[in-house]
Write a protein that binds this ligand. Sequence first.
Ligand code: NAI
Length: 345
Amino acid sequence: MIRVAFFDAKAYDRPSFEHYGSEHDMQFRFLETKLNEDTVELARGCDAVCVFVNDTVNAAVIDRLYDIGVKLIALRSAGYNNVDVQAAFGKIHVVHVPAYSPYAVAEHAIALLLTSVRRIHKAYNRTREFNFSLNGLTGFDFHGKTVGVIGTGKIGRIFIDICRGFGMKVIAYDLFPAQDSGIEYVTLDELFARSDVISLHCPLTDGTRHMINAAAIEKMKKGVVIVNTSRGALIDAEALLEGIKARKIGAACLDVYEEEADIFFEDRSGHILNDELLSRLISMPNVIVTSHQAFLTEEALNNIAETTVGNILSCFENDGVCNNELCYRCGSIERCKKERKEKCF
Ligand code: NAI
């Protein structure tokens, strides 16, 4: 029996994980709390922990997990910027779900964009109160506009396909441009200068943190619409707010926020929000915020559970490879052990 402490569990997580776990000899201990230095003891007696984007998996937590005998950190997300993979190396294996439904995220980005540009959120509220006025609801055609896509991986490419369907002109920036893709790659500065809409689909790294800052906003077109379904810290939220107040930014569609960890995924209605910046952003008529919801489709939840259960099983099989293992050297050393069908350490 493989025992897994499942941190930050939500009602929507359980059915799919219980289903796939029950097909194997795997037992989940569902915990509503997030993993951090104060809660790590709750994993005692478990072989693995299953964590999500706002769990804290820093060196101190990793050392404690190691001390109490946990052998695997199974992320049920694609992004892993919250895990200190270097600290984990040699102690605890780390696996993630590289793709569960890139469609879910790309489609959510489009949903936010359409809602914002065509003022659907405003119209919905108006007609519910029998206010059928159209004043203030003017949008713009997507057709013929330029969309700048930062990060042309799985999600970015699907987003691009959808934008092309609208008849938009697509330009892109990626550290590793996709060969023979027919995508017009430009420098970041050119992307900022030419885009009517900018959508972020790259990971959060030291190099991408605050890539949208005051200097970047300065280079953008007046009225630009910024969409972020990737990671909050790609945007300096204070600079974004200033750009909105200065009427430089036409609209912002945010599924992620730099300081979301203690706020998103929870019902905070009835409480005073202790985040002035987020409150101010939400109060803006041209800002739409969803709380890290882009992944949330039935297909994605099933794929996440199926892949995570498979990842965990593979790591506990004798001499098996850890499916979807991550380490700080992945992609940076010439002869990766994974290519030889071995665990990373
Ligand atoms: P991917 O790994 O397929 O694509 C990422 C792309 O970003 C790659 O083409 C890579 O070359 C590029 N990239 C890396 N560093 C870059 C840099 N400095 N500048 C520009 N491009 C760079 O990842 P995928 O599946 O497309 O996911 C993208 C991001 O979406 C994830 O990192 C994650 O943060 C976010 N995400 C958000 C979800 C949500 O619910 N809001 C759900 C799933 C992912």
